[in-house]
Design a protein around this ligand. Structure first.
Ligand code: ZN
Ligand code: ZN
Length: 407
């Protein structure tokens, strides 16, 4: 049997006062999601462990069966890999924003929400390929974002960020946090100053200024991390896996774990994304794979915006029609269908919390329970409460893909 794991990013929530203490999941009318719960086995899941406020990156690593504490040093290498840089073990990766600086102050961390930076990236790559014997790889990602990778000897991720995180602050000099990181900090500060020289009179920036748009005249760096040594999905579980997501960070995780990235042109990673197109893509490719991870982002975004109504609307108008495609077209005999979240995102706190998330597993061989709705109350079901890292073994066992342990 095959496995389809759908991760609804940040979909669980805490009770919302204006919803009479209901969560968005409890308030939503989602017949197809509920059908999966009603005819499946249910539980709740602590993405990393109870009370830990997981990021999307560490949570996804855990859901795929990895121990984030052993391999995660920062978001940078995942973003850089997601942007399309072919990273290698030991590389140093960073997240990068194109930004606007005036009088040594960052006036806009997103350079007027610039949407295409490929011309800028091309010019930077033409001028900078190596600094102090260390190779430099730079690549644009969505919007104002980009990824940066350094490859060479004696690099360290124990450095500070240059990103001041708030507007109207000076960009910070990158500082080493240990003696061994001095060289890394020097190289990155040099990368920033050389990049600023290239961007200063760049034709694209001149065009932008003429139009009244802010120029992208600096880069802000953060999230330094080392590319970990990691067993890929194939070696770890003996399966061929694919990933459908519109989010750069999750693509990066997929690449590092050895999942094929399956592109869906109309998916945006936002509440306006075409989720049905993602479900249709899943149906189209599932025959070629043993395992598909389908990641749907919009719910998390609505919660970060503090907008639980938007979360309900996204559940009812985007997620549930996509689930309908899956319910109607993937039969229970051949596919184990699981739905969960990577963490809870509280619409009132506008951030992730450590609350567990719902989990539903639906296939012909699960022991059905009495849960009738996909919500935070799936704890009443037969799986009870598990950790993120327990999920893959359970799914692969239900798909009859695991070996006996012992005689
Ligand atoms: Zn997330
Ligand atoms: Zn989030």
């Amino acid at each position: 049997m095959k496995v389809l794991l759908t991760v609804l990013d940040g979909i669980s929530d805490r009770p919302i006062k204006k919803f009479d203490e209901k969560t968005p999941l409890k308030k939503s009318d989602t017949p197809n999601l509920d059908h999966l719960a009603r005819s499946g086995v249910n539980g709740i899941l602590d993405p990393i462990s109870p009370g830990i406020r997981a990021g999307s990156d560490t949570a996804h690593l855990s859901l795929l069966g990895y121990e984030p504490r052993d391999i995660y040093t920062g978001r940078g290498p995942l973003e850089a890999s997601g942007a399309g840089i072919k990273v290698k073990k030991g590389d140093l990766g960073l997240r990068c924003n194109f930004a606007t600086k005036e009088n040594n102050e960052v006036v806009d961390r997103r350079a007027g929400r610039i949407s295409n930076t490929s011309e800028l990236v091309k010019s930077i790559n033409e001028e900078i390929s190596e600094i102090e014997g260390v190779k430099v790889f730079f690549k644009e990602s969505t919007g104002h974002r980009a990824g940066l990778v350094l490859r060479g000897k004696n690099l360290s991720n124990k450095i500070t960020d240059s990103d001041p995180k708030k507007p109207h602050k000076e960009p910070k000099k990158i500082k080493p946090l240990e003696k061994e990181a001095k060289k890394t900090a020097t190289i990155l500060n040099q990368f920033i100053s050389e990049t600023e020289k290239i961007l200063k009179d760049h034709p694209l920036n001149e065009k932008r200024e003429k139009r009244g748009d802010l120029p992208a005249n600096t880069v802000l760096l953060r999230g330094a991390g080392k590319v970990p040594e990691i067993d890929n999905i194939k070696t770890k579980y003996g399966i061929k896996g694919g990933l459908i997501t519109a989010t750069g960070l999750i693509k990066g995780i997929g690449k590092i774990c050895g999942l094929d990235i399956i592109e869906v042109p109309d998916a945006s990673g936002s509440v306006d994304s075409d989720i049905v197109a993602k479900a249709e893509k899943t149906l189209e490719v599932i025959d070629d794979y043993d395992f598909i991870l389908l990641h749907i982002k919009g719910g998390d975004e609505a919660s970060h915006d503090g907008d639980p109504e938007k979360k309900v609307k996204f559940l009812e108008e985007k997620i549930d029609p996509a689930m309908k495609k899956i319910v109607n077209n993937l039969d229970n005999e051949n596919v184990v269908k699981a739905v969960t979240a990577d963490h809870t995102t509280s619409s009132e706190l506008k951030d992730h919390t450590g609350d567990p998330v719902p989990l539903t597993i639906n296939s012909s061989n699960v022991r059905k329970d009495e849960v009738t709705k996909f919500s935070e109350e799936t704890y009443k079901g037969g799986i009870n409460r598990i950790k993120g890292r327990n999920l893959m073994p359970i799914l692969l066992d239900l798909a009859n893909r695991t070996e006996k342990y012992g005689a």
